[in-house]
Design a protein around this ligand. Structure first.
Ligand code: ZN
Length: 239
């Protein structure tokens, strides 16, 4: 970043943020109010101009949760000038939130059959991605697979063998086996070769993990619930 003295603008406002952001408490994207803002502009002579925005924002739903939001961008990210909009960015602003946004799958967290330890690792791995700790997040994926394999009855020590064992026991199919190996590789790469995965890849990996947890735990719970409700309904109609 440029060393030039920044131009600083402080403001107290009550405007609404242009885009909705995820509220940890509401569990959905909500409108947020900007309570106060400090903007820095660093203008360098032969360097790109940097902007940093620091805002205290508040969820506009009933929860009123407060978040501190940082936004950063620089002039290399600009494509041009629009008379109405001003500078038009082509590159995404970088957003950092305190506390970080943790978008958990509600059905997984409320599941009665997914072991507690797996939910904890799932939570921690999502939190690590939010904190941009990508190597440790990749390890988190590996630990989830390890716990999943143990819970589904794999007895061998080595994780590769555990996955193959699950396939042999016909608990998982070939497609599950292949994806578990793919995700395991990220953890291996982080632990042994200092490999860093892209945030988008880790987020997609977590979506796949969610899908697997859904398939191997949540669907059975829904099925049981379905049977219970169907039987209860039959009883009342027989009376
Ligand atoms: Zn909220």
């Amino acid at each position: 970043m440029s060393n030039s003295n920044p131009k600083i603008v402080k403001s107290t406002e009550n405007s609404k943020l242009k885009k909705k952001i995820f509220c940890n408490r509401c569990g959905i994207d909500t409108v947020h109010l900007v309570l106060s803002r400090v903007s820095f502009t660093y203008i360098g002579k032969d360097e790109p101009t940097f902007w940093s925005d620091y805002c205290v924002i508040q969820c506009n739903n009933d929860c009123h949760a407060i978040t501190f939001m940082e936004t950063h961008n620089h002039s290399d990210n600009l494509s041009g000038y629009d008379p109405d909009e001003g500078d038009v960015t082509i590159g995404e602003d970088e957003y950092i939130y305190y506390p970080e946004r943790i978008i958990l799958n509600k059905e997984i967290m409320e599941s009665r059959t997914i072991p507690k330890v797996m939910k904890e690792i799932y939570y921690e791995t999502i939190s690590l991605v939010s904190k941009k700790m990508f190597r440790f997040a990749a390890l988190g994926l590996r630990v989830i697979i390890e716990e999943f394999s143990k819970d589904k009855g794999a007895k061998t020590r080595d994780l590769s063998k555990k996955i193959k064992e699950l396939r042999k026991l016909e608990i998982i199919n070939d497609s599950d086996k292949n994806i578990l190996f793919e995700l395991k590789k990220f953890g291996d790469g982080a632990a042994h070769r200092n490999e860093v995965q892209q945030e988008s890849i880790l987020n997609l990996s977590l979506k796949i993990i969610e899908g697997l947890l859904f398939k191997f735990y949540v669907v059975d719970e829904k099925r049981t619930l379905f049977e219970e409700q169907k039987n209860a309904l039959l009883k009342t109609t027989k009376k």
